[in-house]
Ligand binder design. Structure first.
Ligand code: DPP
Ligand code: ZN
Length: 844
C-alpha cells in the first residue's frame, strides 16, 4: 500500500465554489447526483484534475453540460478540464445496504446514515475528499423515509423529498445524511445573542425515553462554550441522531451529529453512572467541535490533533467544571497510562502529529487524542489561563473558516504571548514518553531539585531532544504544612536544577502535581515519604499518586519476592477510606489499585518479564487480604454510600455508588455473594444492578442471575452488550476465553455490529490474565475473530489489532504464540489496508 507523507502536502488545484447533491435513496442502488462549480485555485501548483472515488458505479459525468469520459481507477478519476471555472456534473450509483464497513453511506436497522471522516465521502461521490477543500453544500434527499436530514438549515420539503442548505463552508468529511423512520426528542436553546436554536435528538421508535439526559447535556455544553470560550452556535437547528451500527463513539458533522447509540441513549434503568458521564462528555466533545474542528478545520489529516487534542482538552475542562476536577484528572491519567503510554512505548508509537500513514483511520489514537490534549494542557500551564484565553480568541479570530495547521496554532500562542515555542513544538513531532529522574539536595536552608529527562528511541526516531516540561511542584514541611505552594518549573534542558531558599527544615517535595506533564517519573523515594504524601499532600492528584505508587510497590514486592501485602500502606489507605470528609468518588479511586496491564508494563520497564498468572494471583491474594483486614470498615462504607434519594447520575450520587461498588467487591470475598444478591434483588438502576451482577459472577454463583438478567433485558441491545462483556470479565481466566468463544455462537452475537463485537472480544482482550493465557487460547480466539471481521469491517478490525501491541513485554513462549497469530492475520487473503498496516507495524 501507498504511504502518504506530511512533507508532500500540496494544495488542490481548484476551489469547490458550491456543491449541490441529490440523493435518490434505494437500499442497493442509491443514485447520487453531484453538481459542483470548480474554479482554479491560484495558490496551487499545476496538476491533473483528480477526484477521489471508491466503490462507485459511474453513470455519467459532464463538464459544462457536455458529457465526458473520465479515466477511472480504484482510487478515483482524472479528466481533462477547461482552464477557467467550470461546472462538474456527475451521477453515481452506490449500494448502502451492502456497506458493512460503515464508511460512506450505509444502512443500520433499515435507516440510512453516513460516516465520512476521515475519507468516507469518496464512497458517496467523486470529490476532492481532503479537508482543505471547503465548500457550501446544498442537499436534496428523495425517498419514502419519513425523516430525511442533512447538514445546515432545512429548506423546502414535501412528499418524498427534503432539502437542506449549509451556509458554512465545510470539508466533505463533515457531510452527513440520515433518513429513516425516526422520532425526535425536541428541545431548544437561546444563544447569548438571543438567537433561538431548535434542538433534536432523533432515535428509533421505542428509544424516545432515553433522550432526556443527552438533551440536557447538549444545552449545558452550548452554554458552557459561550461562557468559557465565547463561542456561540451558528445555525438555526442542531440535530443529533442515534445509530446502532457505528465504528466510533460519535461524529461532529456540521449541524447533524451522528452518535453511536451507546454514546447518547440513557436511562437510569438501562445505563450506568459511567455511561451517563461518558455520554455527557461525548455530547460536549462533538458539540465543541463546531468551533474547534468545523469552523476551523485541519489542512490535512496529519493535523488531526489540531481539532482532536484541543476538543478533548475542552471536553475535559467541561467535565471538570460539571463534576469533580480531581476525580476527572485522576481518571484521565489512569486512561492515559492505560492506553496512551503502551502505544507511545511500543511498536505503534507515533508523534502527536504523525508524519506518514498508509490508512488515516489507524491514527485516531490515544496519542493524537489524549496526548494531544495533554500538550494543550501544558501549553495553558506555561502561558497561564489569561494568556491562554487571549491566544484562543486570536485563534478563532484569525483562522475562522480556515483549514489550519499546528504551525498556525502555535503561532497564535507566540503572537499572543511573545513566547518562542520552537522547542515546545517537539511535543508534536517527537514520539515516546519522556522519563524524568529527580535528585534532591539540602544544604543550609536551600533545597535543590535536579531533573534529568530522557526519551527512549521509538520506531523511526532514534535520537530524542529535550522537551519543555512545565513541572508543577510544591513543598511540604515535615509536619505536613505546605511551605512552597504549587509553582510551575519550566524544564527545558536534559538536566536542570531549581533551588528553593530560606527553608527552616528539609521539605518533602510533591512533584508533577496534577500530572502537569505526561511523563514517567522515576524517583526513588522511600515508602515513608510516599506514606507522608498520602497523608498530607494538598494536591489531590499527588495524594492519589502517592497511594498508587505504594499500591504498585506492594504489588511488585508480592510478585517478585513473594512478600505479603504491605500493612503500613494499607493502614495509610484505610485512614483515607475512613475520612468521610473526602469525596466518595475520590476514595473509590484510591481503593482501585493499578490494573494488571499497568503492572506488566512497570515490570517490563524495570527489567522483569511479567508473568500474567503471577500478576493475577497477586491481585487475588491482595484483595482477599484487604477484605479480611477491613472486615469492620466494609459495612461502614456500604452504609455510608447507600443512596436513598431518587436516582441521579450526578457526581455526588455516582461517587457514592462507585465507593459502594468497591466495598461490595471486597465484601463478596467474605460473604460469598450474599450482599451482592441482596443488592441485585433490590436494584432499581443499572449501576447497582450491574455491580451486583458482576460480584455474583465473581463469587462463582452468578449463572442464575446472568440468566435472569438476560431474560429481563433481552429486548435492549445496549444492555445486552453489557451482559456479553460482564460475564467474560467476571469469570476466572481459565473460563473466560471459553465463555467468550461460546458467546460468539450465541444467537444475539453478530459480527456486523461493532458494539457487540467490542463488548465480547474487547472483554477478552482487556482481561489481562485471560488474553495472555499460557496456552495461547486468548490470542487464538482474537485472531480468529479479527480475521473474520476484516472482510466485514476493516476499521474496527485494525483498531482492535492494537491489543497485540504490548507483545514484546512477555516471555519467549508468549511472544512466539502472539507472533504466530499476527502472522496468521497477515497471511489472510485480501487483508485490508487498515489491518495490514497495523499488524505490519507491530511485527516490524
Ligand atoms: N467523531 C470523532 C471524534 O469526535 C472523530 N472526529 O473524535
Ligand atoms: Zn473529536
Amino acid at each position: 500500500p501507498e504511504t502518504v507523507y506530511l512533507r508532500d502536502y500540496t494544495a488542490f488545484g481548484w476551489q469547490a465554489q458550491d456543491v449541490h447533491l441529490t440523493f435518490r435513496l434505494a437500499p442497493h442502488a442509491t443514485r447520487v447526483v453531484a453538481r459542483i462549480h470548480f474554479a482554479p485555485n491560484p495558490d496551487a501548483p499545476a496538476q491533473d484534475f483528480f477526484l477521489h472515488g471508491e466503490e462507485l458505479k459511474l453513470i455519467r459525468a459532464a463538464i459544462d453540460g457536455t458529457e465526458v469520459t473520465p479515466e477511472l481507477t480504484d482510487k478515483g478519476l482524472t479528466c481533462p478540464v477547461p482552464s477557467g471555472p467550470f461546472l462538474w456534473e456527475c451521477e453515481v450509483e452506490i449500494d448502502p445496504a451492502s456497506n458493512t464497513a460503515l464508511e460512506g453511506l450505509y444502512m443500520s436497522n433499515g435507516m440510512y446514515c453516513t460516516q465520512c471522516e476521515a475519507e468516507g465521502f469518496r464512497k458517496i461521490t467523486y470529490y476532492p475528499d481532503r479537508p482543505d477543500v471547503m465548500s457550501v453544500f446544498t442537499v436534496r434527499i428523495e425517498g419514502d423515509e419519513p425523516v430525511k436530514l442533512s447538514n445546515g438549515n432545512p429548506g423546502k420539503s414535501g412528499d418524498g423529498f427534503a432539502e437542506w442548505h449549509d451556509p458554512w463552508p465545510k470539508p466533505a468529511y463533515l457531510f452527513a445524511l440520515v433518513a429513516g423512520d425516526l422520532v425526535n426528542h425536541p428541545g431548544s436553546f437561546t444563544t447569548a445573542s438571543g438567537k433561538k436554536v431548535e434542538l433534536n435528538i432523533w432515535v428509533r421508535p421505542g428509544d424516545e425515553g432515553k433522550c432526556a439526559f443527552g438533551m440536557e447535556a447538549l444545552k449545558t455544553s452550548m452554554k458552557w462554550d459561550e461562557e468559557v470560550y465565547g463561542r456561540e452556535y451558528d445555525l438555526d437547528i442542531f440535530n443529533i441522531v442515534a445509530v446502532d451500527d457505528f465504528n466510533m463513539g460519535a461524529m461532529e458533522n456540521k449541524g447533524l451529529n451522528v452518535f453511536n447509540s451507546s454514546c447518547v441513549l440513557a436511562s437510569p434503568e438501562t445505563s450506568t453512572d459511567a455511561n451517563f458521564e461518558r455520554i455527557e462528555a461525548i455530547i460536549a466533545h462533538e458539540y465543541f467541535h463546531n468551533w474547534t474542528g468545523n469552523r476551523i478545520t485541519c489542512r490535512d489529516w496529519f493535523q488531526l490533533c489540531l481539532k482532536e487534542g484541543l476538543t478533548v482538552y475542552r471536553d475535559s475542562q467541561f467535565t471538570s467544571d460539571m463534576r469533580s476536577s480531581p476525580v476527572k484528572r485522576i481518571s484521565d491519567v489512569i486512561d492515559l497510562r492505560g492506553r496512551q503510554f503502551p502505544e507511545d512505548q511500543g511498536p505503534l508509537s507515533h508523534p502527536v502529529r504523525p508524519e506518514s500513514f498508509q490508512e488515516i483511520n489507524n491514527f485516531y489514537t490515544a496519542t493524537v487524542y489524549e496526548k494531544g490534549a495533554e500538550v494543550i494542557g501544558m501549553l495553558r500551564r506555561l502561558v497561564g489561563p489569561e494568556a491562554y484565553s487571549k491566544a484562543l480568541d486570536l485563534y478563532f479570530d484569525r483562522h475562522d473558516g480556515d483549514a489550519a495547521t499546528i504551525e498556525d496554532w502555535l503561532k497564535v500562542f507566540e503572537d499572543a504571548t511573545g513566547r518562542d515555542l520552537t522547542q515546545f513544538k517537539r511535543w508534536y513531532s517527537q514520539a515516546g514518553t519522556p522519563r524524568v529522574t529527580v535528585s534532591e539536595d539540602w544544604q543550609d536552608g536551600t533545597f535543590t531539585l535536579t531533573f534529568s529527562q530522557m526519551t527512549p528511541p521509538t520506531p523511526g526516531q532514534d535520537d530524542k531532544q529535550p522537551q519543555v516540561l512545565p513541572m508543577a511542584v510544591g513543598l511540604l514541611s515535615p509536619n505536613g504544612d505546605e511551605v512552597v505552594p504549587t509553582q510551575v518549573l519550566e524544564i527545558t534542558e536534559a538536566e536542570q536544577s531549581f533551588t528553593f531558599e530560606g527553608l527552616g527544615a528539609r521539605p518533602v517535595p510533591s512533584i508533577n502535581r496534577e500530572f502537569s506533564t505526561p511523563i514517567v517519573l522515576e524517583r526513588d523515594s522511600s515508602a515513608e515519604e510516599k506514606a507522608f504524601l498520602l497523608a498530607h499532600d494538598t494536591d489531590p492528584f499527588n495524594r492519589w499518586e502517592a497511594n498508587r505508587a505504594l499500591a504498585r510497590d506492594c504489588a511488585l514486592d508480592m510478585i517478585l519476592t513473594g512478600a505479603g501485602p504491605n500493612v503500613a500502606w494499607l493502614d495509610g489507605l484505610e485512614a483515607v477510606l475512613r475520612d468521610d470528609t473526602l469525596d466518595p468518588a475520590y476514595r473509590a479511586l484510591m481503593l482501585a489499585g493499578p490494573g494488571a496491564s499497568e503492572l506488566a508494563q512497570v515490570l517490563h520497564e524495570r527489567g522483569h518479564t511479567p508473568d500474567p498468572e503471577a500478576i493475577y494471583d497477586m491481585g487475588e491474594t491482595l484483595t482477599q487480604f484487604m477484605a479480611e483486614r477491613w472486615v469492620d470498615l466494609l459495612p461502614k462504607l456500604l452504609a455510608e454510600t447507600r443512596v436513598t434519594d431518587a436516582y441521579r447520575p450526578d457526581a455526588e450520587q455516582s461517587g457514592k455508588r462507585a465507593l459502594g461498588a468497591a466495598a461490595l467487591s471486597l465484601t463478596t470475598r467474605l460473604d460469598g455473594g450474599a450482599a451482592a444478591q441482596a443488592q441485585y434483588d433490590a436494584a432499581d438502576n443499572m449501576t447497582l444492578q450491574l455491580t451486583a451482577l458482576m460480584q455474583l459472577v465473581k463469587s462463582g454463583n452468578g449463572e442464575a442471575a446472568l440468566q435472569a438478567f438476560y431474560d429481563q433485558w433481552q429486548h435492549d441491545r445496549l444492555v445486552i452488550d453489557k451482559w456479553f462483556g460482564l460475564q467474560i470479565m467476571g469469570l476466572p481466566p481459565g473460563q473466560a476465553v471459553e465463555r467468550a468463544q461460546a458467546l460468539t455462537q450465541h444467537p444475539d452475537f453478530t459480527m456486523t455490529n461493532p458494539n457487540r463485537f467490542r463488548a465480547t472480544l474487547g472483554a477478552v482482550g482487556g482481561y489481562h490474565a485471560a488474553f495472555h493465557r499460557k496456552d495461547g487460547a486468548g490470542y487464538a480466539l482474537l485472531a480468529d475473530k479479527l480475521i473474520a471481521l476484516d472482510d466485514i469491517n476493516p476499521q474496527t478490525t485494525a483498531r482492535m489489532c492494537s491489543l497485540f501491541q504490548t507483545w514484546k513485554r512477555y516471555d519467549a513462549d508468549r511472544q512466539a504464540l502472539i507472533r504466530a497469530q499476527m502472522e496468521r492475520i497477515m497471511a489472510k487473503d485480501k487483508l485490508s489496508r487498515d489491518t495490514s498496516e497495523m499488524v505490519g507495524r507491530m511485527l516490524s
